[in-house]
Design a protein around this ligand. Sequence first.
Ligand code: ARG
Length: 291
Amino acid sequence: MRRLLWGILIAALLAAACQPAATPQPTVTPQPTATSQPTATPQPAATPTPAPGAGAQLPDLGGRELKIASDTTYPPFEFVDPKTNELVGFDVDLVNELCRLLNCKPMIVSTAWDGIFAGLEQKQFDLAASGITITEERKQKFDFSDSYLRYGQVVLVRADEERIRGKDDLKEKMVGVQIGTTNEETAKTLVADEAKQLKRYDTFDLAVRALLAKDVDAVVIDSPAADGFMAQNPGQMKIAGEPFTSEDLGLCFPKGSDLVAPFNAALKVLKENGTLDRLYQKWFKEYKPGQ
Ligand code: ARG
């Protein structure tokens, strides 16, 4: 009987000895996960300034909030993703990357195309990013960054179009463009009678809808945007002929802006460290190496 009691006592002691050994374990395991989180969060906060390989010379805009005007109806430069309802595009990524290097906060303000330039003149915006071509005429009133893309204009037609094979076939056709663009200027030279044949729309989105509705026969548009609209309307349109202009896009600033030099410095970094190439590949069908 006594032996039995001793046996039970020893068994109980053994069991008790094993249990506490098992309990500390679970308290140990959560710890690493708990500690790794707090150490992970401060790290990114410490890294942003020196991290992106910017070199020490880039100006620091001290977290400045920048109002950036953009006509956000222009895929793939700036548009609302129909699936997520979010504003996305090449220019959006570009200003985010630039501000990451310069320590500024980009606030994109959706603005009608003509409102962009009026707002810049009144210094309501710090800059505009909207697939804007650097032209001599615009340079009279605004400052531009260095070029971030070179491309050409094209003729966009319906997929079943057979009469129009390029820019020289537009003389007697109805042509749609966005008003106030370099594309409007080009289209004027391609039709015989601008008053009768040129239809000017507030956005390229409307011009493309007019094309699909057969209100116009062609749209004269920047080639990346032609690709962007074709991607949004699969199988419905095609490009007639080859790109026939050479234009450079830039960020547009009010005249005399103190931001031009910092943005050019940061743009240079993005060209050199391959970020710009990555963005070209992400957004443009035809990959264009940086200049
Ligand atoms: N590149 C042309 C221009 O500067 C057209 C730009 C249109 N951009 C836009 N977001 N709608 O005149």
